[in-house]
Write a protein that binds this ligand. Structure first.
Ligand SMILES: Cc1cc2nc3c(=O)[nH]c(=O)nc-3n(C[C@H](O)[C@H](O)[C@H](O)COP(=O)(O)OP(=O)(O)OC[C@H]3O[C@@H](n4cnc5c(N)ncnc54)[C@H](O)[C@@H]3O)c2cc1C
Length: 586
């Protein structure tokens, strides 16, 4: 059986059942491929005499006419359909949240559609040539022995997408990509540095999930995550095993305002949150006292309280469930540390050294892979070739980017990725006197008090002010108990007197991936190395935002547009940040 040209002309294919030598079948397929390339107008081969010689005069005319027709039709369509007209708008806000498509100006929508439609053809062609190579190898095993170890190794030597960091951000990215595109040829590899894994922020997170933010994207991401967590049993279910349990504890979050300025901000935020579909209510001091009589609101002007989609999760359980699901979807997790990046280089300029030697300087143009040191004894670093590399290394994202030359080169490469590991402390407190309906408390001084589980254990932390943060030694991970006794305890006892009898059970410190520029996440491609993408800088919000951000990111790279959550703002943010930094540096 072979694919042959339709007798009526070049307009289609028909299946021809006939016995013929393999060579001629291959020629026939190559011939048809040229025909298709001509039809879509991407090749100039049709002009050549060689090709024209294979066709009679009328077929050539037909080909030329159809090519012009197709090109003309495509151009007219593009001209008639400005990108804005492809936005679909709906009247209900929840529908808008679910269905709105966000296309960016200048996107080649038709080109993308064509790429999708012809994907099967290209895959078939690749498999065909691979099979042919295999058949050849079988006939000449000795000549091809050198390929064999590479092909049969468990350690991947190529991947479509390589993700650096297997925390919540990296694993969620792998999940949404693989869940959407399960083709076994499409390899997704997650590299996890086991030495850092226990220090990774996902392990140490207090697991707060709330939608009370002042930025649209943050609110949308929180709502999406809450919806996802509610359905983890469906999303992350693995065949023949129990649906995963994320230990979700529904809890309302209480934000308090004690000054007029804070009150105004709370009201503005509340309007924005309600507009986006979050269920949040505004309460006066009297209403708050009525609701929570065991708390002191004497200095409070106003409070905002979440009614739905808020609570506390066990981030380790969520991560474990996502990783398990990922493995069943075909994501390849490897234990190793990314040590460097491999580049395509082009000759740049001749450089003359002092001793008169002239050598040609090369300029890295594109990243082609990552060098990983496997975490096994006496293993040397190996290259994993990759089309796309996602930097989801959490607090170490800035350091990983540096290994790629970002922040070390000239021009835009002189601008570093502004992510730094910042030390944060959490105190585990046992407070038997506190009533169980105590909300998760966000005090205006940065104090955060979260109930750990249904018992009387609370996780208490405090976000330091920028001045305090600058003075902290972020490399010293020992616990500073004076923070609890001097800064946290007095404020907490004033607000909730029942904490008077509380005892510290333990305390721990972990790193937060802090964006030193504006504390917002950095999502999207680097302007110079466009196949190196960032997925970092979530700070103390990643547990509730990285799942949603990863979904948006997967939509962007697979569909070419944000469908559920519009993260264009963060992408634009990255560009703005780099421009801002470049103004400082140049
Ligand atoms: C104390 C604390 C409390 C928090 N509380 C909350 C909260 O209540 N709610 C909330 O939403 N968020 C919270 N967060 C934030 C949240 O936990 C994190 O932002 C989030 O888990 C980050 O996930 P990540 O995948 O980006 O990073 P990580 O989980 O840190 O993962 C990054 C991974 O990259 C790997 N890696 C690094 N360098 C390399 C390399 N060179 N090669 C290979 N691998 C590498 C590391 O091993 C690490 O495992 C808190 C954070 C802290 C520190």
């Amino acid at each position: 059986m072979s694919l042959g040209r339709n007798r009526s002309g070049a307009s289609g294919f028909m299946i021809v059942m006939q016995m013929q030598p393999v060579g001629s079948a291959i020629r026939e397929i190559n011939y048809d491929r040229t025909l298709i390339r001509n039809l879509i107008g991407r090749s100039a081969d049709w002009r050549s005499d060689r090709f024209r010689g294979n066709l009679d005069r009328s077929s050539t005319r037909w080909l030329m006419a159809s090519r012009h027709l197709l090109t003309g039709a495509t151009r007219t369509l593009r001209a008639c359909m400005p990108t804005a007209s492809l936005h679909t708008t709906t009247c209900c806000s929840w529908q808008k949240f679910e269905n709105e498509r966000h296309f960016e100006p200048g996107e080649d929508i038709l080109g993308r559609t064509w790429h999708g439609l012809t994907y099967d053809w290209r895959r078939w062609r690749r498999r065909y040539y691979e099979a042919r190579k295999d058949a050849w190898k079988k006939r000449h095993p000795v000549a091809h022995m050198k390929y064999a170890p590479m092909d049969h190794e468990m350690w991947p030597h190529r991947a479509e997408i390589t993700i650096i960091g297997g925390g919540l951000a990296g694993s969620s990215t792998a999940y949404w990509i693989k869940q959407r595109f399960r083709d076994e040829d499409f390899r997704v590899v997650v590299i996890e540095n086991n030495d850092n894994f226990m220090e990774g922020t996902t392990m140490l997170s207090t697991g707060a999930v709330t939608a009370q933010f002042s930025i649209d994207e943050h609110i949308e991401m929180s709502l999406f995550t809450a919806e996802f967590l509610r359905h983890t049993g469906i999303h992350l279910h693995v065949l023949d095993s129990q649906p995963p349990d994320t230990h979700f504890l529904p809890k309302s979050y209480l934000h308090l305002a004690t000054t007029e300025e804070q009150k105004k901000m709370l009201q503005d935020n509340w309007k924005r949150q309600v507009e986006k579909g979050a269920r949040v209510t505004i309460l006066s001091a009297e209403q708050l006292s009525e609701r929570y009589p065991f708390m002191d609101f004497s200095d409070v002007l106003m409070g905002s309280l979440g009614i739905e989609n808020e609570g506390v999760i066990d981030t380790w359980q969520v991560l474990a469930a996502i990783r398990e699901k990922n493995i069943t979807l075909g994501v390849h997790y490897i234990k190793g540390e990314v040590e460097g990046f491999e580049f395509n280089r082009r000759p740049d300029q001749n450089v003359m050294e002092e001793d008169g030697n002239i050598w040609e300087k090369e300029l890295p143009t594109r990243v082609i892979g990552v060098t990983v040191r496997p975490q096994m004894s006496a293993a040397s670093p190996r290259l994993i070739r990759s089309h796309l590399i996602v930097n989801a290394a959490g607090p170490w994202a800035g350091q990983v980017a540096e290994k790629c030359g970002i922040g070390k080169g000239d021009g835009i490469l002189a601008v570093p990725v502004p992510i730094e590991p910042r030390k944060r402390q959490v105190f585990v407190v046992f407070a038997p006197g506190v009533p169980p309906d105590m909300p998760v408390l966000f005090d205006e001084c940065g104090l955060r008090c979260t109930q750990m589980n249904i018992g009387n254990t609370y996780l208490i932390s405090r976000i330091p002010t920028p001045d305090e943060d600058a003075k902290i030694d972020h490399k010293d991970m020992s616990i500073d108990y004076t923070e609890f006794t001097e800064k946290i305890f007095p404020v907490l006892v004033k607000r909730v007197p029942s904490f008077e009898s509380a005892q510290i059970k333990s305390a721990y410190a972990g790193y937060e991936d802090f964006n030193t520029f504006d504390t917002a996440p950095i999502i999207g491609p680097h302007p110079t190395y466009t196949n190196v993408h960032m997925m970092c800088g979530f700070g103390s919000r990643s547990a509730m935002h990285s799942i949603a951000a990863a979904r948006g990111y997967a939509e962007k790279i697979l569909d070419g547009a944000y469908i559920n959550i519009n993260l264009v703002g963060f992408l634009e943010d990255l560009k703005k940040k780099l421009l801002y930094f470049s103004k400082i540096y140049f």
